[in-house]
Design a protein around this ligand. Structure first.
Ligand code: THU
Length: 161
């Protein structure tokens, strides 16, 4: 079956105060999550939060390992947390923020390619877009209404069968 078509768009909010209340609350959870990151190697803390259509929120933070390739991004911890606990419920929004203990972040954290691919997978699975908000140390918040903005021409199961 073909995925429903939707228009992609993005915008920049000047500050958290301008966000719709539900996104502000979600970003607040992501910011809280910075404290829960386990990032002794990179000193780069990532906090994330997923909002489901039934209004449940699932948090996540990056979790590192002395065996570096095993490190897991905060976005994926939050997404897998949500998907594993409420597999049939649509994911509406994902908030991501980061704090680098070694320097100031002059732009919002940019989700890595692997995380973009994972967001894309869930969009295909649920046949609806996931909105994404990003924040760094500056007040601005970047908004994307779908992973398609961040991952154009993404790979999906339609290539397999
Ligand atoms: N990291 C994330 O959690 N999300 C991203 O999108 C980029 C990178 C984490 C992984 C690792 O713990 C640290 O940031 C440095 O790469």
């Amino acid at each position: 079956m073909k995925e429903a078509q939707h228009t992609t768009h993005q915008k920049v909010y000047d500050s958290i105060a301008q966000l719709p209340p539900y996104l502000k609350e979600l970003l607040d959870v992501a910011i809280e999550q910075l404290e829960y990151a386990y990032a002794p190697y990179s000193k780069f803390h990532v906090g994330a939060a997923v909002l489901l259509e039934d209004q449940t929120v699932f948090p996540g933070s990056n979790q590192e390992n002395a065996s570096y390739p095993l490190c897991m991004c905060g976005e994926r911890v939050a997404l897998y947390n949500a998907a594993a606990n409420k597999p049939g419920v649509v994911i509406k929004s994902l908030a991501i923020t980061a704090k680098n203990l070694l320097k100031k972040l002059d732009q919002p954290v940019s989700p890595c390619g692997a995380c973009r691919q994972v967001i894309h997978e869930y969009e295909i699975k649920q046949k609806s877009p996931i909105e994404i908000i990003l924040k760094g140390d500056l007040p601005q918040v970047y908004y994307f209404n779908s992973s398609k903005v961040l991952l154009p021409f993404g790979f999906d199961s339609s290539f397999l069968h």
